[in-house]
Design a protein around this ligand. Structure first.
Ligand SMILES: O=P(O)(O)OC[C@H]1O[C@H](OP(=O)(O)OP(=O)(O)O)[C@H](O)[C@@H]1O
Ligand SMILES: O=c1[nH]c(=O)c2nc[nH]c2[nH]1
Ligand SMILES: [Mg+2]
Length: 168
């Protein structure tokens, strides 16, 4: 993982929707895809948006967990594998399958899923440099020392004013 995460990149729902739709536009010429494999949980929202745009209704999950307390990555565990009948829909080694996640950071998650479907098309909304070589299509790159804050992890909160002149 990419410690220290000294920069923050907060993403609103609007921005995420726009970025995920931009991903769908970019993917439209890379298909057709027989199915989407969504890497949960972060891939769930972009998968819904991309699948809607591309008209894909066959959606499978692969459930991977690794970040335990947000910024520190622990041992990577595959909680649920990809169903064989979904793998068989594509060509050999997953050709014709689209894999979607919210981001690639160190690339460890992407590596595990790529090993399951070496010829699938791997797409993420955001990418950091270490993971970027594992992704076929993405929208925005951020530096390795940036932590991306997704809208489903955020809430409205008071912000201290930039200047403290009003406090006398
Ligand atoms: O490139 P990596 O260093 O492997 O990190 C990227 C992965 O980390 C996050 O998932 P996380 O394991 O936190 O689980 P979640 O999707 O359930 O939030 C994110 O959604 C990616 O799947
Ligand atoms: O919300 C998140 N933001 C990130 O930058 C990140 N990297 C790995 N896993 C992550 N989760
Ligand atoms: Mg994830």
């Amino acid at each position: 993982m990419s410690n220290p995460q000294n920069k923050a990149f907060p993403v609103s729902w609007d921005q995420f929707h726009r970025d995920a739709r931009a991903l769908a536009w970019r993917l439209a010429s890379s298909g057709p895809f027989q199915a989407v494999v969504c890497i949960t949980r972060g891939g769930l929202v972009p998968t819904a948006i991309v699948a809607r745009e591309l008209g894909i209704k066959l959606i499978e999950t692969v459930c991977v967990a690794s970040y335990h307390d947000y910024t520190s990555q622990g041992e990577l565990r595959v909680l649920k594998e990809i169903a064989e009948k979904v793998v068989a829909l594509g060509g050999p080694d997953g050709a014709g399958i689209l894999v979607i996640d919210d981001l690639v950071d160190t690339g460890k998650t992407a590596r595990v899923v790529r090993d399951m479907l070496p010829k699938a098309h791997f797409a993420t909304v955001y990418a950091k440099p270490l993971g970027r070589p594992l992704v076929d299509t993405f929208i925005t790159e951020v530096s390795q020392d940036t932590w991306i804050y997704f809208p489903w992890d955020l809430g409205l909160a008071f912000q201290e004013p930039i200047s403290d002149v009003s406090r006398g």
